[in-house]
Design a protein around this ligand. Structure first.
Ligand code: B12
Length: 228
């Protein structure tokens, strides 16, 4: 199936079509633990000039979501899911040297997953996309305690704090961390995103001043353009 980016103009998105062609093979390699196969696909797409945001969302994110469904349905083992995740992390390392902006915009962000949140790939993509847009992104990774977070914010004085959350059960901790950060840095812009908000959760953040909940990389890019 060929998707279109613009229904209005009917423009066929050739990159989505290219990813579509490779998707099934990529998923097969991922599930077989074939790192070389996955690297071959991603390297070829990068050599051809694929936009990185598309590669992230339409190939890497989509395939991991599918791995998640297979895992949830007990159709693959936990070990297979771990291998697929490790391969995807390796693929992000393969992409990283290609991430550079023409010029830095002088803006800085701190990107983290809160305590007890092990899902780091989404946050890592957020940090990469910020860099692609000329920001300096300090990526703290998974399971960041409030103390670590506050310490890095104090050191780096960022323009933006981006928090990623996959587990709905971590929502109360997110609210507690936001409260702590805002006590010390009331003016800091905070964005939150991730799968915890896939089916609700927005209402918990609705009343919070200075906190924006975003659902996608596209929305992130739209928001940071306003900082330039
Ligand atoms: C890999 C994985 C793991 C790995 C994570 C390792 C790692 N290095 O990241 C491990 C094995 C540790 C793990 C553990 C668990 N997992 Co898990 N996991 C997954 C899986 C398969 C893939 C996650 C992933 O990387 N996705 C791809 C990334 C790129 O997508 P993403 O996170 O959505 O990020 C994108 C956007 O959301 C957005 N985004 C993300 N963050 C932010 C932030 C901002 C500011 C912005 C703007 C955007 C943004 O940008 C990204 C790019 O588009 C998912 C399945 C799925 N549907 O994703 C389950 C999943 C997330 N896990 C789940 C569960 C339940 C668990 C466990 C509780 C299982 C268990 N019983 O132990 C534990 C919890 C561990 C913990 N305390 O965190 C559930 C979560 C359900 C929920 N929402 O509450 C899922 C959805 C599986 C499922 N279908 O049930 N998991």
């Amino acid at each position: 199936m060929i998707r279109t980016d613009s229904a209005a103009t009917g423009t066929v998105d050739i990159w989505s079509a290219r990813i579509e062609e490779s998707y099934d093979r990529h998923l097969e390699f991922l599930l077989a633990g074939d790192r070389t196969g996955c690297s071959g696909i991603v390297s070829q797409l990068l050599d051809d000039g694929i936009p990185i945001r598309k590669l992230y969302v339409e190939l890497l994110q989509r395939s991991l979501y599918e791995v998640g469904v297979l895992w949830e349905q007990n159709r693959i083992s936990v070990a297979r899911e771990h291998v697929a995740t490790a391969i995807t992390e390796f693929l992000l390392n393969l992409v990283y040297p290609r991430i550079f902006a023409d010029e830095h915009c002088g803006r800085t962000a701190v990107v983290a997953c809160i305590a007890n949140e092990q899902h780091l790939l989404g946050a890592r993509m957020v940090a990469d996309i910020l860099e692609l847009n000329g920001w300096h992104g300090h990526f703290l990774g998974a399971n960041t305690t409030a103390t670590e977070l506050l310490s890095l914010i104090t050191e780096t004085q960022p323009d933006l704090l981006a928090l990623s959350l996959s587990l709905r059960s971590n929502l109360p901790s997110l609210l507690a961390v936001v409260d702590l950060v805002q006590q010390s840095f009331p003016e800091l812009a905070i964005i939150v995103g991730g799968q915890a908000f896939r089916s609700g959760g927005h209402e918990l953040l609705a009343g919070l001043h200075g906190v924006t909940q975003l659902t996608s990389i596209d929305q992130l890019e739209e928001l940071i353009r306003r900082f330039h």
